[in-house]
Design a protein around this ligand. Structure first.
Ligand SMILES: Cc1cc2nc3c(=O)[nH]c(=O)nc-3n(C[C@H](O)[C@H](O)[C@H](O)COP(=O)(O)OP(=O)(O)OC[C@H]3O[C@@H](n4cnc5c(N)ncnc54)[C@H](O)[C@@H]3O)c2cc1C
Length: 404
């Protein structure tokens, strides 16, 4: 089959790889000059099947202030998706996809010898007795789902993460040994090379202006030229709406902005500040801290309705404060890089995977705060569906129809 993939973030690159691997003739259109140049650029890096939040959650005390009010219809749907039965079903569906995704990522890592600063181990930090109490429900779910985990005390946390600051407010943690961290952008770059080896054609600086549904769906490029395919898969992340709206597909897809700070680790200068060994989540603050090779990255802060170009200082200051609180002095902050990116968020959590409803047009988008975690599994599902095979997971929670 001749298949077009629109967008070369982590969703598009993994989809292109899986399609090429099953023998499809793949053309990828990416408006940027490189892969993983948007949401997949400097995301937190956490890959977790044990700690998966179904919905984007307000971090550090809010959803970005008054600007969030402009998104009341989305917030209303978000709030309704918090009803216990809906939340539980979405959480379970996402956990299963995340598990399948992590397995596929490991398979690819081994088979293709990929190196992307991956490190196993995730601590979900609990600051005090209140956090520990709140963790009872997620712990019960992990046990029910058979996810390997361990509730560890402060001393064990320090043994697992010897770089934790002496005064770090660690009371306990959920240790997820099979989860961990990896550099999403590096992975995308390497998988792109592998997809190219299988024949995939990556067209960079190639924006798609429009899609033409039909038995032979078409892609219209910026110059107005149309090319026909057997299938088109839209992986355009938070920017998918302008492509889908003319087809009558009005998905409640909202860019929820987040920030990351990435800095070299100071121990390279010979000082005894090892920083994190793998990945940590400060559950209460909604912030992740992870080691990426010789660097540390802190990431978080959900902001509804902001623009990527408008960088606010306060969220960055918060990330610095938390980095210092957990790993004092570990980062060379004068050399830090700041990044603001959008989580492509749907109000209830699960992404949209599968047929769009418009003939020949398929969707793999809306992965919110877990797009890196879910990428390899989602791509596998898409490739199976495009080939006409039954998907290995139940797709009910991932349909576009649920959002109409
Ligand atoms: C601060 C932050 C921290 C995060 N931390 C984590 C984490 O720790 N773990 C995790 O699992 N996830 C995390 N995420 C979420 C994850 O980064 C995203 O869900 C994921 O990167 C989305 O990938 P994507 O491929 O769907 O979108 P993108 O990476 O945005 O890719 C979409 C691509 O489509 C291209 N495109 C759009 N329109 C067109 C067009 N018309 N023509 C051609 N190309 C087009 C864009 O240029 C872009 O390259 C985080 C996100 C943020 C913002």
């Amino acid at each position: 089959m001749r298949v077009a993939v629109i967008g070369a973030g982590i969703a598009g690159v993994t989809t292109a790889y899986e399609l090429a691997r099953q023998g499809d003739e793949v053309t990828v259109y990416e408006r940027r000059g490189s892969v993983a140049g948007e949401s997949s650029f400097a995301a937190g890096g956490i890959v977790s099947a044990g700690h998966i939040a179904p919905r984007v959650l307000p971090a550090l005390g809010g959803f970005g202030g008054w600007r969030a009010l402009a998104h009341m219809p989305w917030l209303w749907r978000w709030w309704r998706a918090g009803r216990p039965a809906v939340l539980a079903a979405n959480r379970r569906a996402l956990q299963q996809l995340a598990h399948a995704s992590r397995e596929r990522m490991l398979e690819l890592t081994r088979a293709l010898d990929l190196e992307y600063e991956q490190e196993p181990g995730l601590l979900v930090l609990l600051r005090d007795e209140r956090d520990l109490k709140a963790a009872r429900a997620p712990l019960a779910l992990l046990a029910e789902w058979g996810v390997a985990h361990e509730l560890v005390d402060a001393a064990r946390c320090r043994a697992l993460e010897p770089g934790l600051a002496e005064r770090a407010p660690v009371h306990a943690a959920i240790h997820l040994a099979q989860d961990g961290v990896g550099n999403c952008r590096l992975f995308a770059q390497q998988l792109k090379t592998q997809a190219q080896r299988l024949g995939a054609d990556f067209r960079l600086d190639a924006a798609v202006r429009a899609l033409v549904p039909g038995a032979r769906p078409g892609v219209v490029d910026a110059a107005g030229r149309q090319r026909e395919f057997d299938a088109v898969v839209v992986c355009a992340g938070a920017q998918a709406a302008p492509l889908l709206a003319p087809l009558g597909l009005r998905l409640p897809l909202l860019p929820v902005q987040g920030y990351s700070v990435t800095a070299p680790l100071r121990h390279l200068d010979g000082l005894p500040r090892p920083g994190p060994r793998a990945a940590l989540i400060d559950e209460r603050m909604g912030v992740t801290i992870a080691r990426l090779g010789q660097r540390v990255r802190a990431s978080g802060c959900a902001e509804l309705g902001g623009k990527a170009a408008q960088v606010e200082l306060e969220p960055l200051r918060r990330l610095y404060r938390l980095l210092e609180e957990w790993f004092d002095g570990a980062a060379v902050t004068r050399e830090a890089q700041h990044w603001k990116g959008a989580q492509p968020a749907l109000p209830d959590g699960p992404p949209v995977l599968g047929a769009s409803g418009a003939p020949g047009i398929w969707l793999n988008l809306g992965h919110g705060a877990s797009g890196w975690t879910l990428a390899c599994g989602s791509a596998r599902v898409l490739a199976e569906l495009v080939a006409g095979r039954a998907a290995t997971i139940d797709l009910e929670r991932y349909s576009a129809a649920r959002l109409r």
